[in-house]
Design a protein around this ligand. Structure first.
Ligand code: BTN
Length: 305
């Protein structure tokens, strides 16, 4: 973390050699405060002021930390979550240099997208983690509906799709002590104002952007504000154990149910199956070729039809 922050500040010409020495010597808590301070300075492209203006939430996004460039907002969020940070804080970066996707993959994050991580302190056990991820997917889909996307769909567990192409990915990570989750880091990446032609060749076919689908650029600040509001609404359902309502909203927008998929679970053989639905724990319920039922808790499902 320290090296990363120093590199960033050096890039902006903000650090003298003495200041670098000082940062190197800092206690971890002081360093966390220092990182927060940087995140509170106004940036040019994404604006905390704009996002906060009329933000209608109780706690989500009440503390926004916006950076010009970080390796990964999830990494910064994880670091801050271990060093005393307010519940519902949001870390945003205009671009990321080493963003992480699911299954150990990377994530393209140039300027123009929405790259953020929410820190939650839900104090729930591990079994609820998949539901938090599904709830986030619903919040993104609802936000996209509000800005005019006709039919955003959710591919299990949490890819948001438009016309069969991925526009948003979610990476949920837990900071845990024993079996209790201390904090959850919910990383959301939305390909907003991006030109698909700039994407690496291997991603072009399966990816889309809001700019492409809507035929216009939109305000990232407004998109973030709207998403944070949707997120808080759905997280309230979560707090009140309204899991069934979350699942209902998810099912309504499912891209996966009714499809034939190749299931790729970690440490298990790949197999083909028909998707029947999702269970109350957020697992994908599938019927295998031999007619037996299975629940997929983690892994990938590649759509075959
Ligand atoms: C996926 O593979 O679908 C998940 C992608 C998650 C990307 C977001 S961008 C903000 C946050 N920071 C990261 O490093 N990853 C997540």
């Amino acid at each position: 973390m320290k090296e990363e922050i120093i590199r960033l500040l050096k890039k902006e010409g903000k650090l003298s050699d003495e200041a670098i020495d000082e940062i190197q010597q800092m206690e971890i808590n002081d360093f966390a405060d220092f990182v927060k301070e940087i995140g509170m300075q106004e940036t040019s492209y994404i604006s905390a002021l704009e996002i906060s203006k009329d933000l209608n939430t109780q706690y989500i996004g009440k503390n926004l930390y916006v950076f010009k460039e970080v390796s990964s907002t999830n990494t910064v969020a994880r670091f801050l979550s271990m060093n005393d940070i307010e519940d519902g804080s949001v870390i945003i970066s205009e671009k990321q240099t080493a963003a992480r996707g699911r299954s150990g993959k990377g994530w393209e994050s140039p300027i123009g997208g929405v790259w953020l991580s929410i820190i939650l302190n839900p104090h729930v056990d591990h079994s609820k983690l998949p539901l938090i991820t599904l709830a986030t997917g619903v919040a993104v889909a609802k936000t996209l509906e509000k800005i005019g996307v006709e039919k955003p769909e959710i591919k299990w567990p949490n890819d948001i799709m438009i016309n069969g192409k991925k526009v948003c990915g979610i990476l949920t990570e837990a900071v845990a002590k024993f079996n209790t989750i201390e904090s959850v880091i919910i990383g959301v990446g939305i390909d907003a104002n991006l030109d698909i032609e700039q994407f690496p060749e291997e991603l072009k076919e399966g990816t889309t952007t809001l700019e492409k689908e809507l035929g216009r650029k939109g305000s990232e600040n407004l998109l973030i504000k709207m998403f944070l509001e949707e997120f808080e609404e759905i997280s309230e359902l979560f707090d009140n154990e309204g899991y069934e309502s979350i699942l209902k909203e998810w099912r309504k927008r499912s891209y996966s149910i009714g499809k034939i998929v190749e299931v790729r679970e970690p440490f298990n053989k790949h197999y083909d199956a028909y998707v029947l639905g999702i269970s109350k724990e957020g697992a994908l319920v599938v019927e295998k070729i031999d007619g037996t039922l299975a629940k997929v808790i983690s892994g990938e499902c590649i759509i075959k039809n």
